[in-house]
Design a protein around this ligand. Sequence first.
Ligand code: MSS
Length: 368
Amino acid sequence: GPVSAQKPLPAYADWKDADALIVHSANTIETRRAAVGTGGITPLDKLFIRNNVSPPPASIMQDPGAWVLEVSGVAKPRSFTLAELKTLGLVSVAMVLQCSGNGRAYFPHKPSGTQWTTGAAGCVVFTGVPLKAVLEAVGGAQAQAKFITGTGGEAIPAGIDANTVAVERSVPLSVLDDALLAWEINGEPLPLAHGGPLRLVVPGYTGVNSVKYIKKLAFTEEMSPARIQQSSYRYSPVGAASSPEHEVVWAMPPKSWITQPSEGSKPIQPGRVMVTGVALGGTSAPAKVEVSLDGGKKWHEAAFVGPDLGKYAWRTFALIAELSAGEYELVSRVTNAAGETQPEERLENNRGYNNNSWRDHGLVVQVA
Ligand code: MSS
């Protein structure tokens, strides 16, 4: 029979490149492994999307300059329009945006949640105002502040979370130096799908910490009571329900994976084959990538392809391999500037967060 068509893109993302994406649901859309380009930056039409609940209506994008952000937990609490924020400072950061659950599909205990493989991740350039500049404009944080808490602009349907009416996340105050409030992505106005008109961006942290359609920014003594802070996105042991005792999912560990030669295509011709992939360092720069063609027995150092866009960006790597007929298990492992190497084993946890096992991300290809 005919190959069943995949789910259509939802209206708020209908401008995306459907062929490059796997549509898990209207709120969970991943980039195909082989659709990741070799230029380093992920084109917006191929970038993954993740929303915990439906995004707010497109009408919030009608007059972006009038979007209002309320700032509290500071010496002089006040609101800013986006137009006002644009006069406080300007910074750009190239960085990996990656969902906490990327790689979840490779956990053998089949955690609940979207079965992301490699593609709940991309490398993008966010532009906006440094959070520090906003904080200076309001006279600094209250003395007790330990966290930065962002509140999203969508309404949570009744019954999902008794503790909050919005998507809300807290990150430690220590991210202040690098965090920003962004209105631009890859040189374009931030679209609704990626959190427009205004988004909190926390480089080096998993995607959930970068709150989209941000309406409130608070410098708080405690973390948000929201379920998404208190129980989800925590490293609980396999089989155990997550709770506030378990560690919060914040920083990303170093990770890499092979993107080409493509998966599931016709056999590759014997001869020279260009093996490519992407490597991120987490909170320090990717410094070295090794590739193995035999599932990790022998390793070869790969070359970085593009320019160094800073410690939070990923880098494309490439290795020219001479392959005769046979089956190959292609794997890669990155070492960051802090000397941490991507591990062979995943960090086991019930909900399947931050899988960076090089073995789990291998790609088996046939040469014939
Ligand atoms: N924000 C809001 N507001 N809401 C939601 O839902 N989600 C998260 C972030 N933010 C949300 C938000 C997540 S979860 C993620 S990944 C991210 O976002 C994504 O992004 P994009 O742009 O891609 O869509 Mo996981 O860790």
